[in-house]
Design a binder for this molecule. Structure first.
Ligand code: CP
Ligand code: NVA
Length: 312
């Protein structure tokens, strides 16, 4: 079976994204429907940054697939003492069937994947959070019947992992992705160009601007993320710059009447999103959090089960 990694949202095709989401929906209906990791096969889940949802959803999901999760932190391993990610990948590849890692720079996960002989999955880097986007798109499928042709609006820090993943995964899904962020917080132009190229093939589109109310107008999905991501400083400046991009009732009022609000969590209530919206009727954030489990089980199945990947 060809070795595939999932380091960025566009490491899978539009058809493959649909296949993973359909499998996720099936596994959600019957959590023990498929146990491709029975044996058990093992998956290493490595954290160089904090996590609640990703840690728990991979641990539980791998076990539900019949496999054995082995979760380690940088601090408890030699990663924090300077052992290279390439050497770590060579060693882990001798023990496990896949490596899931949350780390800092994307160069770090690319270096790890290049040395690994098993699939590597990005559980969040500075640049992308592709597993989160699979869960977000599953949530959009459930609430809105699919992302194709829908307007997905992201407001806030447009230069972070979530904004970049929205651009790529949203474009792949055929959505119209709008990002509203202040100057200095705009997405990486190379990623915008990649998203535009994808959108041209799927019927989606991409737009980047500074006006949150304009971007929210008529949106089917309104989303945001932390103003200060893990590993970032300058909290005071960032909070001041990003305050106009908070999701509150006034911003939500301009969206489509059937819109939903997403947030990858953890939320900083009162900063990027108000309590009123988080706890309001349009919020799908806890469905979204649950869907991490189902989406990641589908992804691991797709990466590791040759019968599934060969039969879209
Ligand atoms: N959304 C998300 O990745 O949450 P954690 O940081 O808790 O894993
Ligand atoms: N952008 C956030 C996402 C947390 C899940 C961060 O990287 O900290």
């Amino acid at each position: 079976m060809t070795l595939r990694h999932f380091l960025r949202d566009d490491d899978i095709t539009a058809a493959e994204q649909r296949q993973v989401l359909a499998l996720a929906a099936l596994l959600k209906r019957d959590r023990r429907a498929h146990q491709p990791l029975a044996g058990p096969r093992s998956v290493a889940v490595v954290f160089e940054k904090q996590s609640t949802r990703t840690r728990l959803s991979f641990d539980v999901g791998i076990a539900e697939l019949g496999g054995h999760p082995v979760t380690i932190d940088a601090q408890g391993s030699h990663l924090s003492r300077g052992e290279t990610v390439a050497d770590t990948a060579r060693v882990l590849s001798r023990y496990v069937d896949a490596i899931v890692i949350r780390t800092y720079g994307d160069d770090r996960i690319r270096e790890l994947a290049a040395a690994a002989s098993v699939p590597v999955v990005n559980a969040l880097t500075d640049g992308f959070h592709p597993c989160q986007l699979l869960a977000d798109l599953l949530t959009v499928d459930e609430h809105l019947g699919g992302a194709a042709g829908k307007i997905l609006t992201y407001v806030g820090d447009g230069a972070n992992n979530m904004a970049h993943s929205y651009l790529l995964a949203g474009a792949l899904a055929g959505a119209h992705v709008r990002v509203a962020a202040p100057e200095g917080y705009h997405p990486d132009p190379a990623i915008v160009a990649d998203a535009e190229a994808l959108a041209a093939t799927t019927g989606g589109s991409v737009s980047i601007g500074v006006d949150p109310h304009g971007a929210a107008e008529g949106a089917h999905v309104l989303t945001t993320d932390a103003w200060v991501s893990m590993g970032q400083g300058d909290a005071e400046i960032r909070e001041k710059d990003l305050t106009p991009y908070r999701i509150d009732a006034a911003l939500l009022a301009g969206t489509d009447p059937g819109s939903i609000v997403l947030h990858c969590l953890p939320a900083h209530r009162g900063e990027e999103i108000t309590d009123e919206v988080m706890d309001g009727p349009r919020s799908a954030v806890f469905d979204q959090a649950e869907n991490r489990l189902h989406a990641q089980k589908a992804l691991l199945t797709w990466l590791l089960d040759p019968t599934v990947r060969a039969n879209p």
